[in-house]
Design a protein around this ligand. Structure first.
Ligand SMILES: [Zn+2]
Length: 124
């Protein structure tokens, strides 16, 4: 949109907005993250993993879903970069990625859903 002349001049800040218009590449990660979190089950799993690192079986118990279903959601969340995993012995643990996007989404979910943040708990 840089240096583009708009068909109409309404006297607003269209020029400034146009200068900062993100490219499709720049917005792709945000779009993908929001697409993934558009699913209520993934949204709950993501929110859960904002507060603790968990294995598939515990996540399944906490969200009351089967572990294959949870595994499917974890795979999608991981491929969109919202969560990361760590292997310890035979067990795989999942948690939210340490990214600004994940942090903002965490707080957005709680603000919009009027959800109290339990704060992140480290292994006790
Ligand atoms: Zn929280």
């Amino acid at each position: 949109m840089k240096n583009q002349i708009l068909p109409h001049d309404h006297g607003y800040n269209e020029k400034k907005v146009a200068e900062h218009m993100p490219t499709e590449e720049e917005i792709a990660g945000v779009s993908e993250a929001m697409k993934q979190l558009g699913d209520p089950s993934r949204l709950r799993i993501f929110w859960l993993l904002c507060h603790c690192e968990e294995c598939v079986l515990n996540i399944a118990a906490l969200v009351n879903m089967s572990s294959p279903a949870v595994s499917h959601h974890l795979k999608l969340l991981k491929s969109s970069g919202l969560i990361v995993s760590r292997r310890e012995g035979k067990e795989m643990y999942y948690r939210t990625a340490d990214t600004e996007l994940a942090q903002v989404l965490h707080h957005t979910i709680e603000t919009l859903g009027k959800i109290t943040c339990p704060e992140r708990t480290e292994k006790i």
